[in-house]
Write a protein that binds this ligand. Sequence first.
Ligand code: PLP
Length: 411
Amino acid sequence: KPDFTPMQPIRKSKKLDNVCYDIRGPVLARAKQMEEDGQKIIKLNIGNLAAFGFDAPEEIQQDMIRNLPNSAGYSDSKGIFAARKAIMHYTQEKKIKGVTLEDIYVGNGVSELIVMAMNALLDAGDEVLVPAPDYPLWTAAVSLSGGTPIHYLCDEANDWLPDLDDMRAKITPNTKAIVIINPNNPTGALYPDATLQAIVAMAREHGLIVCADEVYDKVLYDDAVHTSIASLSEDVLTLTFNGLSKNYRSCGYRAGWLVVSGDKRRATDYIEGLNMLASMRLCANVPGQWAIQTALGGYQSIDDLVAEGGRMRRQRDLAHELISAIPGVSCVKPKATLYMFPRLDPAVYPITDDQEFISELLQEEKVLLVQGTGFNWPHPDHFRLVFLPHEDDLREAIGRVARFLEGYRRR
Ligand code: PLP
C-alpha cells in the first residue's frame, strides 16, 4: 500500500513574494466563478479587443493561415527575417535612428520581452523607476528579476504626465533604468515631446537606460501624434517595446517586439545577456511572427476605429461623459489607449480597501472593474475602466456603477 503520510506543503518560490499581478487577480477568479454559476457579468476589466467584436484584420488572418505550412519549425531566436525587416522599417517611420536587424527581438507579445529585458539587466539591489500608476507587469517583472521597483508619480492634475521632480528625486546610485508607458495604461495619457526630452536628459545625466512601452502608439484620439522617445536621442540606450496586440487587434497571436537603440557599444555585455535569454526560449511562436510584416506593411491598424465617428472614439466619449457625471467622481479624458482611470473623491467615498470595493461592486451589480492599487497607485481612490464594450453595454455598466456608488454614499 503506498505511503501517503503528510509531507511538507509545496510552496511557491520566495522570488514570487513581491510579485503581484492584480488585473488577473482574486476578483477575476470570483467573476469566473459567478459566470460558471450562470450569472452574466459586464466586463470592463481587460483590454482584450477581440472579445468585444474588434476583430483582427482579415488580411493578417489570411496571411497567417497561408504561412502556416512554413511555420512548423523553430525560427531564428530573434525572429524571422520578414518580421524584423518590417519592424526595422517601422522604427524608421518612427524616426528612431541606427536600428539594424540585429537590434530587433521578436517575442511572444511584449509581455515576454519585458520579463526578458529585466531578467537580463537586474541584480539584487538594482532599482528601476516605474510609473505609478503603471501597467503592473512592469513592477512584477522588475521584482521577479530580483530588482527593486521604485515608483515615480504621474500627476493627475497635469493630465497624468510623469512628475519629473518626483522622478528626479528618486534616482539613486542603484538606479538602472526609467520605464515610461506612453501612451499610458491605465490613464490614457499621451506624453508631449517636452516631457520626453526632459526624461532623455535625466537618463543621459545619470547614465540610465530608458524602457519605453509603446504598445498603444496607434490608439490615439483627437488627431494626437505619438513620438517615440527613442527618436529623441542617439546616445541614451533605449529599449522600445511594441507589438500587434492593440494596434492590430490581435493579442491572441502573441506578436511583440523589442528594439534596442542608442549607444549600443556601451551595452555589449547587456546585449549578450539579451541574446542568451532569447536563445534559451528558442524563438517566439512562428505563426504570430508571420502576421507582423502584413500588419505593418498595410492599412489594417486601428485608425478608422479611433477617428472621429469611429467606434472606439464614440465609446471613449460616452464612457467619459457618463463616468464624470457621477457625483464625487472625476476623470481625466484619455487622449489615447482603451482605458480611463477615474478618481473617487475620498471625502465622498471613504474607501479603505479598493479591492474589497471592486469585489462588492461585482457582487451587487455584476460589473467588473480593476482597483487602482492593482496598478501600483498608492491610494485606494481610483479604478480602471476599459471602454471596449458596445455603447449600450457601457451605458448599462456605468449606470450600475452609478447606482452602486449612490448606495455607497448613503452608507
Ligand atoms: N504593455 C502594456 C502597457 C499593456 O497594456 C499590455 C497589455 O495590456 C502589454 C504591454 C502586453 O502586451 P502583449 O499582448 O504584447 O504581451
